[in-house]
Design a protein around this ligand. Structure first.
Ligand SMILES: Cc1cc2nc3c(=O)[nH]c(=O)nc-3n(C[C@H](O)[C@H](O)[C@H](O)COP(=O)(O)OP(=O)(O)OC[C@H]3O[C@@H](n4cnc5c(N)ncnc54)[C@H](O)[C@@H]3O)c2cc1C
Length: 239
């Protein structure tokens, strides 16, 4: 069994900058407040993966600390981290059973960064973050860029860095796409085509990934599924 069209939001690992003071109040005032304000303004205006998109297609995350990797202790210097996720990746992966043993975990291949649009998005994202960090409100805050570092400048260098550092923010969806066409897995009432009495009600039915984090949408899919099942039940009782 194989689920295709797996969509997931990749996050380019982190752009980390050492700051010029280790005072907590400095972090709060200069980094948290100013940088969040700058990102809210600039990203909503200009961070798009390609020209002509009607909406922004990125989220920026700012953390007032930096770590070498997930689950690891913070660095022993004062720093902050900015990362960007791609809201609408065009790369598609697969989920498939490895074998017939139900206890075995499936193979999940997200295939992040396999399309030119997605590669371009992250190259642009690194440059946009750098541009934001060079704006006037950040003057005097940053002592040095720690990662990717000043040696990472060209497209292929940036892409290589992103490939090494990028991970997921855990929004897999799309392998049981809802649609009106014969190729879709479930119909508009979440019924699996060709199988009687089976509905799918989770993130896999999304035809494409949502712009923001997907949990609220998953909850609404569950709510809608409950309504549909109850309506079927009521209708059967009436007949
Ligand atoms: C670490 C992490 C952080 C996240 N942070 C956010 C966030 O901040 N904001 C946000 O919007 N989204 C976030 N998400 C994404 C969000 O949690 C998921 O997109 C959402 O929960 C998916 O809903 P779902 O119903 O498709 O699947 P799930 O929530 O995974 O539900 C699947 C259910 O099926 C059950 N199950 C599995 N196998 C079987 C079986 N064989 N028999 C019976 N039951 C089974 C599981 O126990 C589970 O309860 C995060 C995800 C992760 C992993």
């Amino acid at each position: 069994m194989r689920g295709e069209r797996l969509a997931d939001t990749p996050r380019w690992g982190a752009q980390q900058a050492k700051i010029s003071s280790s005072e907590p109040i400095f972090l709060t005032e200069h980094v948290v407040i100013r940088l969040n304000a700058q990102f809210t303004r600039l990203v909503q205006r200009s961070l798009r993966s390609r020209d002509g998109l009607p909406y922004v297609d990125a989220q920026a995350f700012m953390m007032p600390f930096s770590v070498p990797g997930i689950g690891q202790q913070p660095h022993d210097f004062s720093a902050f981290t900015v990362s960007v996720t791609q809201s609408w990746p065009s790369s598609r992966g697969v989920v498939e059973l490895r074998d017939g043993a139900p206890a075995n975990s499936p193979a999940i291949r997200p295939n992040h960064l396999t399309t030119e649009d997605d590669k371009r998005f992250f190259i642009d994202a690194v440059r946009t973050v750098r541009a934001v960090l060079r704006t006037a409100p950040m003057d005097g805050v940053i002592a040095a860029e720690y990662q990717p570092g000043p040696g990472v400048v060209k497209d292929d260098e940036i892409l290589d860095y992103v490939r090494q550092k990028a991970n997921t923010i855990y929004h897999p969806c799309g392998t049981c796409r809802m649609g009106g066409d014969a190729e879709s897995v479930v119909d508009a009432s979440l019924r699996v085509r060709g199988v009687t009495g089976l509905r799918v009600a989770d993130a896999s039915i999304m035809p494409r990934i949502t712009s923001g984090n997907i949990n609220a949408t998953c909850l609404m899919i569950g709510e809608k599924a409950a309504d549909l099942i109850l309506a079927d039940y009521d209708s059967a009782m009436d007949n």
